[in-house]
Design a protein around this ligand. Structure first.
Ligand SMILES: [Zn+2]
Length: 80
């Protein structure tokens, strides 16, 4: 799965291991610091997540389409 992300380098700025200080939405994987997801409105967040992608241009990103992402921002690759 991670391998396919390398094909989308132009639209995805960075892929690296995330710091565990932030929270990731369990529903849409959006990474934020508040208790309410500004993408999907969920309050179900997890501190346990690994890696993230930065989506700059969701309309033109293949990754964003595959992940169902409609808003620019950081998204965790794995949320547990
Ligand atoms: Zn969400």
């Amino acid at each position: 799965m991670v391998g396919s992300f390398k094909l989308d380098r132009r639209r995805v700025k960075e892929i690296r291991c995330g710091k565990m200080t932030e929270l990731a939405c369990k529903k849409c994987k959006y990474i934020g610091s508040s208790g309410v997801c500004k993408v999907c409105g969920s309050t179900d967040f997890s501190k346990t997540w690994y890696g993230y992608v930065i989506i700059i241009d969701p309309e033109k990103s293949e990754i964003a389409k595959k992940m169902g992402i409609k808003y620019a921002g950081r998204y965790a690759l794995i949320v547990s």
